[in-house]
Design a protein around this ligand. Sequence first.
Ligand code: THU
Length: 128
Amino acid sequence: MNDELLIEAAMAARSACYCPYSSFPVSAALLAESGGIYTGVNVENASYGLTICAERVAVGSAIAAGERAFKKLVVVVRGGGSPCGACRQVLNEFAPELPIIMVDELGKVSSRTTLSELLPQAFGPQSL
Ligand code: THU
């Protein structure tokens, strides 16, 4: 799978972001081992703390479809920022070495990293 296709999927998802409180859209596209692509958007709530990040929506959608193994994640954030700590932990459950591509709002890659770089010495299933 070409990175461009995954970036396009994440960019296309951006129009569905629900972020009336922050006006800070975040979208994501997660590539499963099967080849399936699962997108996510941030879903905010009038009770602000209940907001769900785009990355976790993408993971939940993929898991609900029966996926368990993942190859790559693209996250689209204004300025190209990286996944929050909670999302890093949730991603670690399924793909501790996951390659992650951060993209800005124009679709330009701002950085490429891996989950293990973002979340070293993680607590995961192997810790239990
Ligand atoms: N947000 C995400 O969707 N993913 C992240 O990794 C960081 C933050 C969302 C949550 C909220 O809707 C908005 O960005 C501002 O924090």
